[in-house]
Design a protein around this ligand. Sequence first.
Ligand SMILES: [Zn+2]
Length: 681
Amino acid sequence: MSILPGNSKDICRIIGIFEDMKRMTILLVTVLVAACTKAPQLERRYEELPLGAIKPEGWLRETLIRQRDGITKNLDETYPQVVGPDNGWLGGDGDRWERGPYWVDGMLPLAYILDDDELKAKAQKWVDWTLENQREDGFIGPDKGYPYVEGLQRGMPLDWWPRIVMLKVLQQYYNATGEQRVLDCLGRYFRYQLETLPEKPLDTYTFWARYRAGDNLDVVLWYYNLTREPWLLELADLLHSQSFDFAGEFLRGEMLATKASIHCVNLAQGLKEPVVYWQYKRDPRLLEAVDKGLADIRRFNGFPSGMFGGDEALHGADPRQGSELCSAVELMYSYEQMLKITGDTRLADELERVAFNALPAQTSSDFRLHQYFQKPNQAQVTFGLHNFDVGQEGTGQVFGFLTAYPCCLTNQHQGWPKFTQNLWYRTGDGGLAAMVYSPCKVSTVCGGSAVTISERTAYPFEGTVELALSLDKPGRFPLELRVPGWARSVDITVNGSAVKAEGKIVRIEREWSDGDLVRVEFGMEVEATRWYENSVALERGPLVYALGLGEKWKKTVLSGSQREKFGDCYWEVFPTEPWNYGLLRKQVLGDISSVEVYVDSSKVGGEFPWTLSDAPIRLRVQGARIASWQLCGGDAGPLPWTPGGAPDVGDWPNYPLEPGETVDLVPYGCTKLRISEFPVL
Ligand SMILES: [Zn+2]
């Protein structure tokens, strides 16, 4: 059954206090009646730990520090026209739509995870203004519009959409501080939504909120579990009824097989809505729909990096198409929210796929530059329209600070901090769960003991994870460990003794003591997966491997109106070596185990592995150049077809065989120029 009986802990506590009183029986009846009038708790597989309980270590810490110093910390100085003091969410007459809240949605968790006082103070201003300027009727945020000014979004003051981002900010702020005033504000705002939405539905002002209603719903149901006031479920039903019908579209099946059928960020962000609603309605159709949706995204639009073709409309699986940076961080957040609700480990597999492949590839190693669209086969990065759905006046693919549309400049901040926050969860029975792996340290209370677990690992580059436990006193609690879908073997020991490892989540329940050590070894093997035009990508564990090309960067300085719109300059990147390789059939579709894996022990566990020169692992494969595969339109030309070997046709090698040579592939996330979908020769 879906719903747990609620509030039994509270009842026990109250009974304990009054147990020596004569009228205990009467009191007990009173309390039970009160408990029954409260609506029941919604069951979720896992709960988030307080913000700050999980600290990044190793490469992850260095990545967050680079993000902080490179872009997050000073965005109010480098991009003052939008997120400076004039922003409407700070009471000014400037920009008042999504970009201010976007920045805080990533800056706030980053501040608490790194325990950075300066960053906390910057986020605090936005939270305080929102909480202190709530309207009498419950509305939050700026409510007055201003005439259009180039580069600012000052209209649409009542749009529901930017408020959805601020709800995520307030939820995280409560998770960090526990301040009651956040709950008071949310309660009043949700009352306002319940009263106003019937007259002014989500798509009254713009269509964005209708596609992104899942995030609004998610905060409502989280708030409901804290307060269990039944009217919040009415609001949940109302939001669901006004949301774009993702479940229906996924089950009908046409939308994801049709190009230009939906905006890429709306899809990445909105696809969680049926699962969010499922935690309340428990209709299995809702989960089936998202299962089918994710499978169809992969089938019709999928890239090996975990992303899908969408630049900006849905644009199929051709690796010359792009995926937007906003889509990457929103898709990660969707996986994170759905993973907590369902505990479905496939969602963690997909989350890691995006985080370890697409995400690091789309920003520079100092985080000062990013690409709006990245491509799976990106032999060059050039100014031009590139057959994108929205060409962004030629700046869609180039690296820059303000190039293309500036949503990604402000929305990218949530990627790594929220990923860190989702490495560990609280289980329903007071234990801990490691659903996603990376070097980190988690501190909390379990089984009455203060527990710190140091997660020592070079994951995702290696499959070994050590969990070293520190406890102030022995305590009994469960530890749950996800087994990744790609793991070919699983070996788990506790203090050297083997533990039975069955299923997708291994649960170890015992009395833990200070100094206990859990060692996990997931077997990683090289595998070939099939993609567009029957091409092949090579994967090992959570990493996709690509032909990483030497880079020559070329800066172009902008002037006039272009400068105002797209910033001081943009960067193109050109390869310093040939890119037009295919892989040899006899190896990648035959003896795949003959692909050699080179581990550079001096780089495994390195500070920042996400560059070509710091790549800790290389795959050495047999390849050959395809003379006819050349540049076209500023990038790799159409991907040559790999003969399919249909039973009634057989395999036809359709290229004149060039002399074979060995080719080194590196993790996709270490590349800026790459081929990741290979024709097979
Ligand atoms: Zn964007």
